[in-house]
Design a protein around this ligand. Sequence first.
Ligand SMILES: Nc1ncnc2c1ncn2[C@@H]1O[C@H](COP(=O)(O)OP(=O)(O)OP(=O)(O)O)[C@@H](O)[C@H]1O
Ligand SMILES: [Mg+2]
Length: 332
Amino acid sequence: MYIMSTKQPMSTASHEPVIDARELHKSFGNVEAVKSLSFSVEAGEVLGLLGPNGAGKTTTIKMLTTLTQIDGGQAAIGGFDVSTQPDVVRQMIGVAGQSAAVDEKLTARENLNLFGRLYKIPRAERQRRTEELIERFDLGDFADRPSSTYSGGERRRLDVVAALVANPPALFLDEPTTGLDPRSRAELWDTVRSLATEGTAIVLSTQYLEEADRLADKILLIDHGEVVAQGTPDALKANLDRNVLEIHLELESGVGDAQELLASEENAVADVEARRIDIHVGNDADRSLALLRRLQDGGISILKFQLREPTLDDVFLSLTGSPSTEIEESTK
Ligand SMILES: Nc1ncnc2c1ncn2[C@@H]1O[C@H](COP(=O)(O)OP(=O)(O)OP(=O)(O)O)[C@@H](O)[C@H]1O
Ligand SMILES: [Mg+2]
């Protein structure tokens, strides 16, 4: 998708990416946190950086936003090299990181003003922009209280809004909705979509498949600093068995018996302590019913069951073909 943008930086021709990462690499001692990661994001596009804990999401975002040095490869924002022109790059980006950048002692209004100063926005415009953001993102209720008194969600919201002060052409959001309640999460999703529609190029990291699915135009699925899969959300999901049948058993001792009854099912994962069995069943309702009936006929007492959408874990399991897609020996 490409949307003409008023924010297109001067130095780029219209079809050049706003964010361009080529073979990025970063090591911490002997931990290779990011290995040869390449991607680009155009104006109006949202790239979802999806991956579990330790995948390299924050490290990637920190490299692109000048917060950590790039060990190998190259990155450019609006055509400016991140390593050699960090000062120019800083004026073109907004960042909402995993740890809050706002000053605890200051109010939301003061914090937004301070960010405007960091971006060297003239005073009058800074104040206008601060009021506009408070209004647009509904920060009014707590705009004049010190940030130290905010709830986790309120602080998260201020953090994201602070990244928007300079109306930057490139925006980096590192797990922006972690810890938000469903309503705040939905509001933030709306915000991200509307910023993209206005032409901002956005990199958003998340551990939630649903979030990437809702927001991203394309997804980079990473693990151990490497790309495991990439493409549009639909293309990624097309690779998956859509649904997981989650069966909760009454007794811990029933899990072993259930495993025997399901021995022919390649996709069953058992968790004895949780008294639970997960099976990838695709979209085949008959198959789910048959599996449940098999357990019931075998004398297994089922507490409850549900058919759910795959989680990020399921995506990984099915893409990497990890051994945990089978019933595990160790769960006896
Ligand atoms: N300053 C550091 N020193 C040493 N190791 C680090 C440092 N920063 C990150 N790492 C390591 O690099 C890897 C990637 O970390 P990173 O923070 O990028 O992951 P992440 O995908 O953001 O994870 P999370 O979802 O938990 O935030 C991890 O193994 C982490 O321990
Ligand atoms: Mg992180």
